[in-house]
Design a protein around this ligand. Structure first.
Ligand code: PLP
Length: 358
C-alpha cells in the first residue's frame, strides 16, 4: 500500500528493520546513549549547536509536542497571538484555551495567506503580545506560511515565535538563526520518515522555564524533560523501539543528503503529481508558489464523491487523504513524504487516469 496521507509514512526497509533490535530498559546506559544520539542528530538536520539549542524528546504524536511547546514556553505574565489559517492553527487556540494561556487570535479562512497588514496593525496596537504561534506548513491545505516575513515582523517588535513545524521539519527550509525562532515542534513520522510515537521540540535554551516556576502541566513540561535529557536520563518511559527507528531514519536522511536533498526529492514528486493531475483536469487548491513540497490539495474530479474516489484508489493500492471540515466534500490531499518513488507516483497517476476516463 502506498501512503499518500501526511503521516504515518511508508517506511524504508532499513527503518523497518531497525525496529527489531534488542529490548532495552529506559534507565540503562544503552538507552541513554541512544537518546543522546537522536538529540544530536535532530540538531544536525538544521545545523544547530547544542550550546544554544535543546532538542527535547517526548512520547506522543505531533500534537503532544505542540501542546508541550505552548504550555511550557508562554509564561503566566506573557500573552500569545495565534495566527489561524487552517485546522492546525485552530488547534493551537484550543490548546491555549485549555491551559489558561492569555491569547488573541488573528483568524484567516482556511488556505488564506497571512494578512501582514492586519498583523502589523494588530501588533502595533497590542504591545502586550510577547509570543506568536504559527503553523509553518498548514497541512489542512498545503499552504506554506511565510515564516521569513513573519520573523522580521516579530524581530522588530521583540516577539518570540513558536512554530508548529510538525509537517515541515526535515522537508522544508527552517532558518532557525536568521528567522529568530524561539521553538519549533515536530514529530518522528512525517518528513523524518520514522515511526509514530515520538515527537520533539527544538527550543532555544534561553527560552526554557527555570525549575522554580510551577509548570502548567506535569507530563508535557519541557523544562523537566530537558533537565533530565541533558543528564542522559528521562522523566518518563520512552519507547526504545521507536527510538531505534528514529535514529535510523535520521541517519538515512543524512546519508541521502540532508533536508535539502529531501526537499528536492519531494519537489520532484509533487511537481510530477501536480502536472499529471492538471493534465487530467484536476486542479490544485493553491498555486504552486504558495504550496509546500510536502503535501498538495486538489479539487475532487467531477462525478466523484471523496468516498468513491478514495475507495477506488485504495482498492488499487493508494491511500489519499480527505479534506477536513468545510473541505471534506470538495478536496483530496496527496503527500510526498515517506519511502515512495517517482515510479509509485507514475502508477498513481495512471490509476487516477483510468478511473476518471471510465
Ligand atoms: C500532523 C500535524 C500535527 C500533529 O498531528 P498528530 O496527529 O498529533 O501527529 C500538528 N500540526 C500539523 C501542521 C500537522 O500536519
Amino acid at each position: 500500500m502506498i501512503l499518500l496521507n501526511p503521516g504515518p509514512v511508508n517506511l524504508s526497509a532499513r527503518v523497518r528493520q531497525a525496529l527489531l533490535q534488542k529490548d532495552l530498559c529506559h534507565r540503562e546506559i544503552e538507552f541513554s546513549q541512544l537518546q543522546s544520539r537522536i538529540r544530536n542528530q535532530i540538531l544536525q538536520v538544521y545545523n544547530l549547536t547544542s550550546k544554544y539549542w535543546a532538542p527535547i524528546l517526548l512520547t506522543g504524536s505531533g500534537t503532544a509536542a505542540v501542546e508541550a511547546m505552548l504550555a511550557s514556553l508562554v509564561p503566566r505574565n506573557g500573552r500569545l497571538l495565534i495566527i489561524e489559517n487552517g485546522v492546525y492553527g485552530e488547534r493551537i487556540s484550543k490548546i491555549a484555551q485549555i491551559h489558561g494561556i492569555e491569547f488573541d487570535i488573528l483568524h484567516h479562512s482556511w488556505g488564506e495567506p497571512i494578512d501582514f497588514d492586519l498583523l502589523t496593525k494588530f501588533l502595533d496596537s497590542h504591545f502586550e503580545i510577547t509570543h506568536l504561534a504559527i503553523v509553518h506548513h498548514e497541512t489542512t491545505t498545503g499552504r506554506l506560511n511565510n515564516l521569513e516575513e513573519l520573523a522580521q515582523v516579530c524581530y522588530d517588535r521583540n516577539i518570540k515565535i513558536l512554530v508548529d513545524a510538525v509537517s515541515s521539519f526535515g522537508g522544508e527550509e527552517i532558518n532557525f538563526q536568521a528567522w529568530g525562532i524561539t521553538a519549533c515542534a515536530a514529530t518522528a513520522n512525517k518528513c523524518l520518515h520514522g515511526v509514530p510515537g515520538t515527537a520533539f521540540v527544538v527550543c532555544q535554551r534561553a527560552a526554557l522555564p527555570s525549575s522554580e516556576i510551577i509548570p502548567r502541566t506535569l507530563y508535557l513540561d519541557l523544562g523537566t524533560y530537558c533537565r533530565y535529557q541533558d543528564e542522559g536520563a528521562t522523566p518518563f518511559t520512552q519507547s526504545p523501539q521507536i527510538f531505534y527507528a528514529l535514529t535510523e531514519a535520521l541517519q538515512e536522511l543524512e546519508d541521502s543528503g540532508g533536508w535539502r536533498a529531501r526537499h528536492a526529492n519531494y519537489a520532484q514528486l509533487a511537481v510530477h503529481v501536480r502536472n499529471g493531475l492538471v493534465s487530467m483536469g484536476i486542479s490544485p487548491l493553491l498555486p504552486q508558489e504558495h504550496s509546500s513540497v510536502v503535501l498538495n490539495a486538489y479539487h475532487l474530479p467531477n462525478n466523484f464523491t471523496y468516498e468513491a474516489f478514495h475507495d477506488s484508489l485504495k482498492s488499487q493500492g493508494y491511500i489519499i487523504y480527505a479534506g477536513q471540515g468545510n473541505f471534506a466534500k470538495s478536496i483530496f490531499r496527496v503527500s510526498t513524504m515517506g519511502a515512495i518513488s517517482i515510479t509509485d507516483m507514475e502508477r498513481f497517476l495512471e490509476v487516477v487516469k483510468q478511473m476518471t476516463n471510465s
